[in-house]
Design a protein around this ligand. Structure first.
Ligand SMILES: [Zn+2]
Length: 107
């Protein structure tokens, strides 16, 4: 059904364009594109649900100095020291999930 409508619109556009000039075909298309872009920009500025979801995420928590959390990559041996905990998920390196190692400082 959509293909039929597209073909009819295309034939109509060619007829109008060839009879009255292509300005009558491209000006409405340009206007439609501009209106769509404007509405999309306004929606992005109001920050509908994406910004709300970001606020509902758990806030980052600083790791206590007494505990030392190290993530290491089994594949290449890279080690990361966790300074601030964002989520409970381990980071990925070499497209695999890094292993966690928690060390507690001697008192
Ligand atoms: Zn790695």
């Amino acid at each position: 059904m959509r293909v039929v409508i597209a073909i009819v619109v295309l034939v109509l556009a060619v007829l109008v364009g060839s009879q009255f000039g292509w300005n009558f075909v491209f000006a409405p298309l340009l206007g439609y594109g501009f209106i769509r872009w404007s509405i999309g920009s306004l929606r992005a500025m109001t920050g509908d649900d994406k910004a709300q979801r970001a606020l509902e995420q758990p806030q980052p928590v600083a790791v206590r100095p007494a505990e030392r959390v190290v993530y290491w990559c089994e594949d290449c041996g890279t080690e990361l020291v966790l300074v601030t905990r964002g989520t409970g998920k381990a980071p990925r390196h070499c497209s695999i999930t890094m292993q966690v190692r928690e060390e507690i400082a001697r008192a």
